[in-house]
Design a protein around this ligand. Sequence first.
Ligand SMILES: *Cc1c(COP(=O)(O)O)cnc(C)c1O
Length: 452
Amino acid sequence: MIYDLYKAMFYLEDLREILRKNTPFNLDEKDKKEFNKILKETIQTLDKLNLESIDDGSSIRYISDKIEIRTREEEFINIDPIQAGGRLTPEARKVLISYGDGYSVCDNCFKPFRLDCIKKPPIQEFISELAEFLNMDDVRVVRGARNGFQIVANALLNKNDIVLISSLSHYTLALSIESMGAVWKEIPAGKNNVVTAEETAKKIEKVKEETGKLPKLVAIDHIDYNYGNEHDVYGISRVCKDYEIPFLYNGAYTVGIMPVDGKKIGSDFIVGSGHKSMASPAPTGVLATTDEFKDVVFKTTKQKGDITGRKFGIKEPYLLGCTVMGAPLVAMIASFPKVKERVKNWNEEIKKSNFFISEFLKIKGNKVSSELPRKHTLTRVDTNESFDKIAKKHKRKGFFLYDELNARKITGLFPGSSKNFKLNTYGLNWDQIKYLSSSFIDIAEKYGLDVE
Ligand SMILES: *Cc1c(COP(=O)(O)O)cnc(C)c1O
């Protein structure tokens, strides 16, 4: 079914190509014939298409040599930890088709020649709504959360400055600091894997004692990528205020799936990821800030050419001028109305996450490494005493679990992992959640594990 759909869609693209090649002229006889031939094949393909159609092998599998058609989201329940919040809305997918050409958003870029000032498509409007959505004073779309860190690091840090991150921070945060020749140091998450205000204050004092200076920045994930635990960003931001250290809130796993209020958190910077949590294509992200810092991170160019006297208007150096262009940006805008709505359903997502986990824990030996009850849809589980015991005896070793899930049309686990793994239930409906739960139980029972 999905392959037939793709086949028809690709025919339509081929028709579109004939129009592009001939504009502004009418099609000649040869192209007319070609057009009609493809149109006929399209119609035949669509005619054949029905919900019961089984794949008879006549459909295509590749877009072009070696590039396979991707059908993961149509054929599977996908619990891949990083992919759940970045699945596109249909609006975003349509944008990809229409705005795919390189600098497509530049059609109507007029003075002052900056991406965030473009009115058509409505980028300017989006930017101001985005700031409101995050309750921050100003915002820019950037090339992923990591580029948001990089921009802040560029603007704030000098060589050998110290930045506090946590022992659970994402590697891209550490690299952005290292890239500036600055030094990252870790606030320990402790044995329950939660970063606290108290440990943050301790670490600030320690750095002060050892180096005689304060950290230049504290950057903490609200939800970390490893356990999906919630860290005390509210308390940490208060500690930062006391020491007058800027605080960066990393919302890669929050902005776009749960409500985030920058003023309430008291953050100086909010970084989010479009492709992780805002139903957007890569590479997209957001960097929001306050009136106090907007002229620091979004400062405009001041230099001019020594020979030519050239100046570059109001371009922003740390952003390298215009950031995310074309299809990824417009798709992000197209998804935004649904993103704004979906954050209001966060409580329901938490309910589903906890329901799944409670079912998962009925399998004897299964454990959860993340905090309980779950406050997020990303969870790390420990199956050393359950599925891994089977893996040890199975001819496919750890791959057996992947195979069994795959056979049940569930994907997203790292192939071969049977000891511990992460999964994300975000966006699954109740039927899918129940199916997911019973599938794990099914597999457990098949291999003789006790189920409560
Ligand atoms: C995924 C992730 C990032 C990186 O996000 P990109 O948008 O891909 O740059 C940063 N921090 C955390 C906590 C993440 O989970």
